[in-house]
Ligand binder design. Structure first.
Ligand SMILES: Nc1ncnc2c1ncn2[C@@H]1O[C@H](COP(=O)(O)OP(=O)(O)OP(=O)(O)O)[C@@H](O)[C@H]1O
Length: 456
């Protein structure tokens, strides 16, 4: 399939008609313009992917200044649009000036068809990859603006969280690599977003990659991007997440899940500060700030040969350990009422309060799912309670005798285990039945019948 829109600007009618035949055979759309005076209007109308621009338009003048002028005009209105210059003779100084001014490449007349096509094709590839980066950035920015609001965080009263906030504020100002560790649901991602928000890169993208969700085969393409045809499904050029994070922050969540062979590839990119798209041989320089998170003890993983020591030292310039909720019980009442207010607004149930007994029970509970579990507990209690005061019986906290987490498996029936697994998934995903079913590897109807069976 032909792709790419080319706009040709040249005052020589013979050149235009020759190019019309040649380029039409290779590109999706070709527009010809015999004078640059309407060039800017034409950019708006046709939205081309590449402009092929002649350097001289006035008879007898071949300084190339007109071409340079129109080059700067196009750059002014569309800085990302690749422009290939067409010069009547090989004037190296002029070509160098044009490249400095932002031209992508130049072709000398009389031209060689194959060379001209190759030059336009690589300018088109550049355009498509820039578009891809912009698209990825836009997507991330929407996500960031939804998730980045200061009011989405409750820092807490505990000494541990106050110290953590101070550390976050200090670290955010620097470009240091940060490793955030802690159990599931403690708020590692929330903290990564806050660091980005407080950093000098806040106006650039925060790009998140969940390493737990990236399969080994997709890893390289997801992170480094690929060029068209580099593997069966590579139908187009695609920028990777590292490129999309250029000038911004790259957040690698669940870094401990990254397979050993892939760790070397990541390390290499971090050390050289450049990436090479799969199937390409052109390195692309990237400027990123790296934040990683994990619930693993990576030092232990290093000892057991599961994680590369050199990668660990590259990513953990600063380590932030987020304590589990059971170790900062003073934060529980504040967090609970923070979530209660949030959900009260969402479900139109303002004025609902927590009883003293409910708060006491929450402080006794050990919160294996940490803040995420507390958040879902509040949501569920608010939805299910018909009263203005939420009591301890409305919380449906899991029984803790020996705690399901560490319960001796030999004394547990299959049904008990099933119930615990469903409950655990429910505390992670709240009322999102599809996500719970996916996590447990069962269909939605099966899950519904089990929820009914266990009265969950
Ligand atoms: N300090 C906090 N203030 C408000 N909400 C919080 C806070 N900490 C965590 N949460 C909420 O708890 C949930 C889990 O947080 P987050 O995803 O950041 O945890 P995590 O440690 O990255 O979890 P995982 O390891 O499972 O990916 C999210 O919905 C988040 O909004």
């Amino acid at each position: 399939m032909k792709q790419g829109k080319i706009l040709v600007v040249d005052d020589n009618k013979n050149v235009l008609s020759a190019l019309k035949i040649l380029l039409n055979a290779h590109f999706e759309e070709v527009t010809l313009l015999s004078s640059p005076t309407t060039l800017l209007a034409m950019l708006k109308e046709k939205n081309p992917d590449v402009v092929l621009l002649d350097m001289n338009y006035s008879a007898g003048i071949n300084t190339g200044n007109e071409g340079l002028f129109w080059l700067s005009e196009v750059k002014r209105v569309n800085p990302d649009l690749p422009i290939v210059l067409f010069t009547a003779y090989a004037d190296i100084d002029l070509a160098v000036t044009a490249l400095k001014e932002g031209a992508t490449d130049f072709v000398v007349k009389p031209w060689d068809n194959a060379k001209l096509l190759a030059t336009l094709q690589s300018a088109l590839e550049l355009r498509l990859s820039r578009k891809e980066v912009v698209k990825l950035k836009e997507k991330q920015d929407v996500l960031n603006s939804q998730l980045n609001r200061e009011s989405d965080i409750y820092w807490g009263e505990s000494q541990a969280m106050r110290e953590l906030l101070r550390l976050v504020e200090k670290v955010a100002k620097t470009d240091a690599n940060v490793l955030i560790t802690g159990e599931n649901g403690t708020g590692k991602e929330v903290i990564a977003r806050r660091i980005h928000q407080l950093s000098p890169r806040a106006n650039e993208s925060l790009v998140t990659v969940d390493m737990g969700a990236v399969t080994e085969t997709l890893f390289e393409s997801e992170l480094f991007g690929h060029v068209k045809g580099s593997f069966t499904d590579a139908h187009n050029d695609r920028a990777g997440k590292i490129e999309a994070a250029d000038k911004g922050t790259l957040f690698l969540d669940e870094i401990g899940n990254l397979g050993y062979p892939l760790q070397a590839k990541l390390l290499n990119a971090l050390q050289s500060r450049q990436i090479i798209r799969v199937g390409s041989n052109k390195p692309v320089a990237v400027n990123i700030r790296l934040i990683c998170a994990t619930n693993h003890n990576l030092f232990l993983d290093v000892e057991n040969g599961l994680f590369r020591e050199d990668l660990l030292y590259r990513i953990n310039t600063i380590q932030i350990e987020v304590p589990p909720l059971r170790d900062r019980k003073e934060d529980i009442p504040g967090l609970a009422s923070f979530f209660l207010h949030r959900f009260a607004a969402k479900y139109n149930k303002t004025g609902v309060k927590l009883s003293k007994d409910a708060i006491a029970k929450m402080q006794e509970y050990n919160w294996p799912g940490n803040v995420r579990e507390l958040e879902h507990t509040m949501e569920k209690a608010l939805i299910l309670s018909d009263n203005r005061v939420i009591d301890s019986s409305d919380l449906f906290l899991r029984p803790q005798g020996g705690s399901e987490k560490g319960k001796d498996l030999e004394n547990v029936t299959l049904e008990e285990m099933e119930r615990v697994l469903i409950e655990r998934a429910m505390s992670n995903y709240g009322s999102n039945i599809s996500a719970i079913a996916k996590e447990l590897g069962v269909s939605r109807p099966t899950l519904y019948s089990k929820i009914k069976k266990y009265g969950l």
